[in-house]
Design a protein around this ligand. Structure first.
Ligand SMILES: NC(=O)NCCC[C@H](N)C(=O)O
Length: 258
């Protein structure tokens, strides 16, 4: 049976100090953020996902964005080397959690930098965003780690947003979705569907056509419903203020077999 496990990490008490790069800083309501995080985790659980908490990293304001700490392909976790120095201490406990789940561990090494948010997997195709956080050495190390396992790694430029997955994610049929003003070049994707809202570009595939997505994208949710999907909206406003989205709050492990 394929497992549905997701790594998550409790928000740091210093969340409000999280990095912002492409947006203006606005105040974070930490209590609301905690409630929103609990709601996100509960939504994963109620849709059949077993959530596993990575040990908290209270000194790392951005630790809750656990997706950035690794990329998992088949049974290998490539532990990231975050492009932002302040985020590097986040990876140690994430690596322990991945190893405890039985994943083989590989690591991005200096001079490579790579954030998990820059990687979008569509079947065996692994798109990697070359942008502010992931450098060319990181891309090369990703290829070296996953091409021998059958991945086709395609590097694409990311200049308008923080991470590749801030710009695009994919529907269950492999259609890549994005809000056009934020996508460098939609023509790199074989099937691309424009969505009307920035936060509509981010979906987590819960299984069975259910799409976990931000409640801030009602028009996009309507569009997905007309395409036969079931949107599952969650409020994540406090994380969006820090350039986070639904994908970055977890690492989904779909390929583990028990
Ligand atoms: N994968 C993601 O989209 N991660 C969001 C990270 C946001 C955090 N404030 C950062 O700048 O690193």
């Amino acid at each position: 049976m394929p497992s549905k496990k997701a790594l998550v990490r409790h928000p740091s008490p210093r969340l409000a100090e999280g990095l912002v790069t492409h947006t203006a800083r606005s105040p974070i309501d930490t209590a609301l953020a905690l409630r929103q995080w609990a709601g996100y985790v509960e939504t994963l659980r109620s849709h059949g996902w077993q959530t596993v908490e990575v040990d908290p990293a209270d000194d790392c304001p951005d630790g809750v964005f656990v997706e950035d700490t690794m990329v998992v392909f088949r049974n290998v976790a490539l532990i990231a080397r975050p492009g932002a120095g302040s985020r590097r201490p986040e990876t140690a406990a994430a690596e322990r959690a991945a190893a405890d789940l039985g994943l083989s561990i590989n690591r991005v090494r200096e001079p490579g930098t790579l954030d998990g948010g820059d990687i979008l997997k569509v079947g065996d195709t692994v798109y990697v965003g070359r942008g502010g956080r992931t450098n060319a050495a990181g891309v090369r190390q990703l290829r070296a780690a996953f091409e021998p396992l059958g991945a086709r790694v395609i590097a694409v430029p990311v200049t308008r947003v923080l991470h590749l997955k801030s710009a695009v994610t994919a529907l269950p049929d492999g259609t890549v979705i994005g809000h056009p003003p934020l996508v460098d070049d939609p023509s790199v994707f074989p099937h691309f569907l424009p969505v009307p809202e920035e936060s509509g570009a981010h979906v987590v595939l819960l299984g069975g056509g259910r799409l976990l997505m931000s409640a801030s994208a009602p028009k996009t949710a309507e569009l997905f419903a007309t395409l036969g999907y079931a949107p599952v909206p969650v409020d994540i406003t406090e994380f969006e203020k820090l350039e986070g989205c639904v994908t970055c709050l977890s690492v989904r492990l779909r390929d583990l077999y028990e």
